[in-house]
Design a protein around this ligand. Structure first.
Ligand SMILES: [Zn+2]
Length: 202
């Protein structure tokens, strides 16, 4: 209840990243899907108000992060966490801020490897008329809803704002590729592709 706005935003976006990466990770299954979708829904309706200091929304976020934790602790995460960890280790970026800055870009990168799951994510985030959309449209809508939520709670839009310089990218890409979370990503990746993703976020 006493968390400042920036910490509420960062930890809340971290919980959203746990829920979304857990929902699309390779090991996801019915039981963890249930937890992750519910967490996405609660975060989608509560995070903005929680950051603004609303007491009920703060309580909702405490519940949502716990529900997401019950999911992802069983199935793991993905490339957002794999690429976020080096940003915290080398630049002292708060974990949730690092995850949230990367999240929309990595969601776009993973889109073709997620079946209908982005449609579910868009619905859980309250996007209208998702059932009438093509799969492609639903995927775009899901990524846009996540990106808008991050913007609304003040997440940086570039990794340059976190202190990353272009010449550092080969080293952090190597670390990200070796990270324990990266293997859970729905799309198999490479050091070269991770470098490209970091570069696109400078
Ligand atoms: Zn996290």
């Amino acid at each position: 209840m006493s968390m400042p706005k920036g910490l509420a935003a960062a930890t809340g976006m971290d919980a959203l990243t746990h829920a979304i990466e857990g929902y699309i990770t390779k090991g996801a299954w019915e039981l963890t899907d249930m937890f992750h979708l519910k967490a996405i829904e609660i975060i989608g309706r509560s995070l903005r108000a929680s950051v603004a200091g609303d007491v009920k929304a703060r309580e909702d976020m405490a519940l949502a992060q716990y529900v997401a934790g019950m999911g992802f602790s069983n199935v793991g995460l993905g490339l957002v966490h794999g690429m976020a960890h080096p940003l915290s280790a080398r630049y002292n970026a708060p974990h949730g801020v690092a995850c949230a800055t990367l999240l929309p870009t990595i969601l776009k990168y993973n889109a073709d490897y997620t079946g209908e799951k982005y449609r579910d994510i868009a619905k859980a985030l309250g996007v209208n008329n998702v059932d009438a959309m093509s799969l492609e449209e639903a995927r775009v809508a899901a990524v846009e809803a996540v990106a808008q939520l991050g913007k609304d709670v003040g997440i940086p839009q570039t990794i340059a704002e976190l202190g990353v310089k272009e010449e550092d990218i080969p080293a952090i890409a190597k670390d990200a590729f070796a990270d324990v979370c990266t293997g859970g990503n729905p799309r198999d990746t490479s050091i070269e592709e991770i470098e490209m993703l970091y570069k696109s976020l400078l």
